[in-house]
Write a protein that binds this ligand. Sequence first.
Ligand code: WTA
Length: 656
Amino acid sequence: MSQPTIESILHEGRVFNPPAAFSQQAYIKSLEEYQQLFDRAKANPTKFWEDLATKELHWFEKWHTVLDWQPPFAKWFDGGKINISYNCLDRHLTTWRKNKAALIWEGEPGDSRTLTYAQLHREVCQFANVLKHLGVQKGDVVGIYMPMIPEAAIAMLACARIGAAHTVVFGGFSAEALRDRLIDGKATAVITADGGWRKDAIVPLKDQVDKALADGVVPTVKNVLVVERTKQGVHMESGRDHWWHELQKQASADCPAEPMNSEDLLFVLYTSGSTGKPKGVVHTTGGYNLYTHMTTKWVFDIQDTDVYWCTADVGWITGHSYIVYGPLSNGATTLMYEGAPRASNPGCFWDVIEKYGVTVFYTAPTAIRAFIKMGEEHPNARDLSSLRLLGTVGEPINPEAWMWYHRVIGGERCPIVDTWWQTETGGHMITSLPGAVPTKPGSATFPFPGILADVVDLDGNSVGTNEGGYLVVRHPWPGMMRTVFGDDDRFRRTYWEHIAPVDGQYLYFAGDGARRDEDGYFWIMGRVDDVINVSGHRLGTMEIESALVSHPAVAEAAVVGKPDELKGEEIVAFVTLEGTAAPNDDLVKALKQHVVGEIGALARPAEIRFSDALPKTRSGKIMRRLLRNLASGQEVSGDTSTLEDRSVLDKLREGS
Ligand code: WTA
């Protein structure tokens, strides 16, 4: 199994129509209905979004301007007053949903908890008061470094409730990576746990926070709140560290949601790009609320009877938009699972589906490929008949994996939504609507209504049918990122100038290649920049190179991706050493560990290759294309005439 290639998918002729029974009860019931919605949105995007914002969300005060577009800076519903925590909680309390399950949680060791909307609201209000009491204010940034437990969602909603922005850092990131993010965000508090369960072991989150904050390098952080989860005993620094449960107990449950400006900061989420350090992607309140609400409603076709489960971690955008905000804004039941499939429990996902009668299931192609390897017997031994809709996200899904998902998990009756989107886009951009759009295995199908996506060349001209090009968006949308935290210039350079604006027309481009087939279906071809996608996680080659070079033995490093059956891509690092250092197995181990320490286990190189020199152009640029060929054991292809020293290539080839 491999990533879809143009050859494999050009021959993909299978088409799956939405099952009639599904379409009948869906919000969007036919291709014609989708087309009408799409055309209406295209003809007048502002009116389209304005109508939905009026109908679907609660506003304390109405906006004065629907869209203020000063390319590349957008303001949506400016002047409007809104609170996303109000939309996710309070407004459901005056309906029958008050006592409906809002959050179902299953812990890795088998403990579980269900919170109704009324209970979740109470917990959020109390914790919001805890934050206020500690001096956290509207406009502050709060770091969240948590396992997958209800308190992670409660913390996010509590921040939103009082107008503090959260910056969630995935619990798999190292203390170093956490520190960088807290410094960049100028965080005033950190919310964490003593530890989290991960594959039958404890991740010592609080120890990592202590390391990140050591020596006063993050002076802005005044308070650390600690959930007691694993009870293994942690250091508590007096005056700085507080137990969640102790403060929560004393806090009042009365905390009205703060009316926020639509364009007030909701959160910052760091993600990797092709240059420099991870950047803080900025999302604001009103537009993000509307966009995640609408995509959850139409793409997952969320109904009140659904038990919806997204397997992502809240540390990623998928967890933000589709575990917490989108589902809760819709009054849905969202399930959160702390565990991950592991040798001791390869059927755990299917147990969760059976136990709770999950109806909508959203996961990543890398997980599906891992399940294929583990064998059909695990899902086959469970009752998965409650499922009615499946989704995927994170990387292109190869048609074989799609077919397996359809057959073994979906019992050939569940539509599959393949959702293309990014941290930057806030929500789904190209995806089928399950009751309306016939699917082709491996294609994300069509843009969401209101999204004007296109495939273009470097001059911004649309390319022809089945011609590869850059995937772009031609009109702003409510869920789009507003800027890079603290760096408007980087925002402009990274996303809006790669394809030069023509006649004042700005195109959003965030690094993927795509093509459209003869039926107008989009096929995502993967990143065309120096971003590697390992198990659906984005990593910049530059970040990993910087981590390697910070080791005293390393003179220079170049990192490339190599196709991998399970993970999509694997990290291969080419390294030249400082004069005295000797290439050996111990050094390989040490360098891998060094990268883990600098970034986290997700960035551990699969392979490190030593070399005397790296292939460079005469102007000194590393020719990664050649390294990619070498890493994947292919013949070096294409032009090598710009190489400064051809013998470097021969040596690297011999060494491989
Ligand atoms: C890739 C995750 C193909 C893509 C939501 C994108 C996909 C990057 C798909 C964003 C998909 C995500 N098909 N590729 N359905 N979904 N990608 O920011 O390369 O972690 O640019 O957001 O993942 O990753 P991010």
